[in-house]
Every structure is written in structure tokens, then in C-alpha cells.
Design a protein around this ligand. Structure first.
Ligand code: UDP
Length: 461
């Protein structure tokens, strides 16, 4: 799809880009995909990574890997409080990152010159290190533009709406339509205030970056991009969907159970609801029961990813009521982790019940699969509101996890006319996503512009 001229390719030989992903599935996937995209355009790639959560370097023989000591104890690394983990990682990685960068920039290394750093937006401290070494930093924000705008407005939104967050959850947030008070990103953790400060730092340091990259496409978030560019004056590149250039299979932190595909092969076209809440979301047993009975009562076939850890303090499958397993054994299939992109593109899949993580949302859009949305935290609240209200390609469950609402939503999405209309709309977006990657398309052009932009760091006119 991408066909750089060999002259350009030669010019870029010897130019190295350092990429530093935040070590969670939804952040590693797009960062490694971006690394592959840039490598395919002739850049050499170095990945900085923590000891915590990293895929096998032997899957990427063309990249070099640099381990940063993240200082996490075994106990800290095993916590289910992801936001706490992010906070610890940020605190622990400042020095190792600077040391590692100093090393790779050392003049002894004449073979490859580092031309820029691409870091996850949450690694905000990398801006100071990049400034210190006078090297440009490009930020990769792994979520949607619409949710990023909500993060940018968070201090204001919390000040204006925090006082009635619990009493007027359905009220509109006038500053950011169509968001409601209940969609204001929440960061529920023991260290809540620290995390809100981290988000403020993330926004402030992103404003100092040389460039900004999003895994989205222009046609999906045009008005939001225009708003973004009023606040962020550096060049912004929307070059997504990344996974349509390079799949995420090799970056999976869990083993993908391929029996899910054979099971789907035996199902009728468009009949199966795929259910997965990503790599981090967790709930209590009572919510799990509601989920299970909502699914059972819908009478619809389903493929369900029940990740170990999905229910706090519970063993796998012990999370599910025996009566539920008996009632659904002939129309439900349960795995610990699935090859999600392949699942979503399978003809048997007619809907996706998701937590509205951005990768999942984009993957669903790219396969033309309408959604049911159960957001848990952070950007998921905003993504799901856009799915429901703006793109109108899915149903946000407004009552949380409640079996009656689940049953009705599954029926509505899978067999009713309403669902069919959502399917048609998401098919239109799928088509647009396909066009934007082709020659002349918005993401195709944006990638060319990004490559030129990075090349300009090394070859001043
Ligand atoms: N994923 C997968 N198999 C599963 C569930 C998820 O491969 O059974 C992948 C999915 O394709 C996506 C990523 O894990 O690329 C999850 O990212 P997302 O942003 O949706 O959610 P997060 O895990 O960050 O909450």
C-alpha cells in the first residue's frame, strides 16, 4: 500500500527513531504498529521498554530493544489497580529513560543517528529529557481525538461539574457536546488526585512536543481535529487505522485461543455477538452475573472473552454461574483471549459488546461491526458516547450492567431494524477507513507528511 521511492528510502537509511510505549496492551499494540509503519518507510527502529509487560523481542528481528529498569517489585507489578501502576511506572522511569537516551545518543554510535523520540503521551517526562538532549519528541496518543479533548478539558470539567457528578449524571456538558456529566473521564484509583495531576502533566507536555500522532482517521473525527488544532499548534498526523497496515497479533501479551475461529466457522452469518472488555477492565461478581444472565436471556449466540482477572479475586469460570453455563452451552463459546481482529472480520460475527477501548472501537469500525458499549473508565466513556450519539453505530448501556437492559440491547442490535441501520452506518465508516489508507486518501497523505516531517529533522533544506 505504501510505496516510498527508493531514493527517499536510501536517504533515510541510517536514521533511527526511538519509540517508547506505555506497557499496556492497548498502548503497546499501536506503538509497535507505528514502529512497523516507520520501519517500512526506511527508518531504523529502537524500542525502549520496561521489564513490566513487554512482548517478545524475537518477534521483531529488525528492531533493537533497550530495557529500562522500571523498579517495580513483584507485589507492585501484580496489582490490579492499573492507574496506580501507571503512576509508579512514571515515577520510576524518569532516570532510566534519560540514561538510556544518553547512551543511544552517544557519538560512539556512528552507524545510526537518532533523529527523534516517539513516546506515548502518558510518558510526559520524556519531553524534558528530549529537550535536554535537543532532540525532537513526537507524541503518540493511542486513543481518539474526541476523548483527548475531554482529557484536555478535565480540570475545567471537574471544577464545573464535580459537585453534582452523582446527582445529575444525565446532564449535558455544555462545553463538549454530546458528552454528559457521567461521561467525564473518571480515574478511579487509590491515587486518584495523583492521576488527575498526571493527566494535566500529559496535556501540558504534549503541548511542547514537535508533533502529534493519532491512531484515527480524518473522516471519523473531523470537527474534533479542528478543535484540537486550535489548542495544539504543532503538526498533527492522523494516520490510522494502524492495524490495517500491520496487525496486532504479534504484540499480544496473552495467548490467543484460535479455537474461537473454528467455533465461529460453524455459526450462521451475522448471528454471533462477540463480547470482550479488553485487557484491563475488571468488575465484581454481581456485575458478572448480570452480564451472564443478560446474554443468556437474549437467546443470541455469543463468543465471550472471559479474561482471567475480569472478576476481581475469582478463578476462571468459577466467575460464571453453573446454571448459566448449562443454559447456554449450545450457543455460547468462552475463551480467555481471542484473536480479536480475526474474530471481528469473521462473517459469523454480527455485533461486538465492548468496553469501548479505542483499539477495540477502531477495529470494530474497520470491520463494519456495530457495537454495544459498556465503558469502565477514562477515554472509554467518551468513545462510547460518540459511538452512540455521533456516529450512531452502537448502543451505549446507560444503566451500567443490568440484565434487562443487556437483553434488550442485544436483541435490538442483532435482530431488530434499529441494529440493521447501525450496521449500515458502520459499513459506511468501514468503507471510509479503507479509502483513507489508499493512495490519495487522508491517512496515506498524512503518513507521507509524517515521514517528510521526521526526515526534515535530519536533512535541513
Ligand atoms: N484483544 C485481543 N484479544 C482479546 C481482547 C482484546 O487481541 O481477546 C486486543 C484488541 O484487538 C485490542 C487490544 O487487545 O487491540 C485492546 O485494546 P483496547 O484499547 O481496546 O482496550 P484496553 O485493553 O487498552 O482496555
Amino acid at each position: 500500500m505504501d510505496s516510498p521511492s527508493s531514493a527517499n528510502r536510501q536517504r533515510r537509511n541510517g536514521c533511527r527513531i526511538v519509540l517508547f510505549p506505555l506497557p499496556f496492551q492497548g498502548h503497546i499494540n499501536p506503538m509497535i504498529q507505528l514502529a512497523k509503519i516507520l520501519h517500512s518507510r526506511g527508518f531504523s527502529i529502537s524500542i525502549f521498554h520496561t521489564r513490566y509487560n513487554f512482548p517478545d523481542p524475537s518477534n521483531y528481528p529488525h528492531f533493537t530493544f533497550h530495557l529500562l529498569s522500571d523498579g517495580l517489585s513483584e507485589l507492585e507489578a501484580s496489582t490490579l489497580d492499573t492507574l496506580r501502576l501507571v503512576k509508579l511506572l512514571i515515577a520510576n522511569c524518569v532516570e532510566p529513560f534519560e540514561q538510556c537516551l544518553a547512551q543511544i545518543l552517544s557519538p560512539d554510535d556512528l552507524i545510526c543517528r537518532v533523529v527523534c523520540v516517539v513516546s506515548d503521551a502518558m510518558w510526559y517526562f520524556t519531553q524534558a529529557a528530549a529537550d535536554k538532549f535537543k532532540i525532537p519528541r513526537i507524541v503518540l496518543r493511542t486513543s481518539s481525538v474526541c476523548s483527548f479533548l475531554a482529557f484536555c478539558a478535565l480540570p475545567l470539567l471537574r471544577e464545573r461539574y464535580l459537585s453534582y457528578m452523582d446527582s445529575k449524571m444525565e446532564a449535558a456538558v455544555l462545553e463538549l457536546p454530546p458528552i454528559k456529566v457521567k461521561d467525564i473521564p473518571r480515574l478511579e484509583t487509590h491515587d486518584g488526585e495523583d492521576m488527575y495531576r498526571a493527566i494535566e502533566n500529559m496535556v501540558r507536555e504534549t503541548k511542547k512536543a514537535s508533533g502529534l500522532v493519532f491512531n484515527t482517521f480524518q473522516e471519523l473525527e473531523e470537527p474534533e481535529l479542528a478543535k484540537l488544532q486550535e489548542q495544539f499548534l504543532m503538526p498533527t498526523f492522523t494516520i490510522g487505522p494502524f492495524h490495517k497496515r500491520f496487525s496486532a497479533a504479534s504484540t499480544s501479551l496473552f495467548t490467543q485461543d484460535r479455537s474461537s475461529i473454528s467455533w465461529l466457522d460453524a455459526q450462521a452469518p451475522g448471528s454471533v455477538l462477540y463480547v470482550s472488555f479488553g485487557s484491563i477492565a475488571a468488575m465484581d461478581q454481581q456485575k458478572m452475573n448480570e452480564m451472564a444472565w443478560g446474554l443468556a436471556d437474549s437467546m443470541q449466540p455469543f463468543l465471550w472473552v472471559v479474561r482471567p482477572g475480569l472478576v476481581r479475586d475469582s478463578e476462571w469460570l468459577a466467575m460464571l454461574p453453573d446454571e448459566f453455563l448449562e443454559a447456554t452451552h449450545d450457543r455460547g463459546y468462552i475463551v480467555k483471549w481471542a484473536p480479536q481482529q480475526e474474530v471481528l472480520s469473521h462473517p459469523a460475527v454480527g455485533g461486538f459488546w465492548t468496553h469501548s477501548g479505542w483499539n477495540s472501537t477502531l477495529e470494530s469500525i474497520c470491520e463494519g461491526v456495530p457495537m454495544i458499549c459498556s465503558p469502565f473508565f477514562g477515554d472509554q466513556m467518551v468513545n462510547s458516547r460518540y459511538v452512540n450519539d455521533i456516529w450512531r453505530i452502537g448502543i451505549r448501556l446507560e444503566k451500567g450492567l443490568e440484565r434487562g437492559e443487556i437483553r434488550d440491547a442485544v436483541r435490538r442490535l442483532m435482530v431488530e431494524r434499529d441494529g440493521e441501520e447501525m450496521r449500515q452506518r458502520v459499513m459506511c465508516l468501514k468503507e471510509k477507513a479503507g479509502f483513507c489508507l489508499n493512495s490519495g486518501g487522508s491517512s496515506y497523505e498524512a503518513l507521507d507528511a509524517l515521514v517528510d516531517f521526521i526526515s526534515s529533522f535530519t536533512f535541513p533544506a
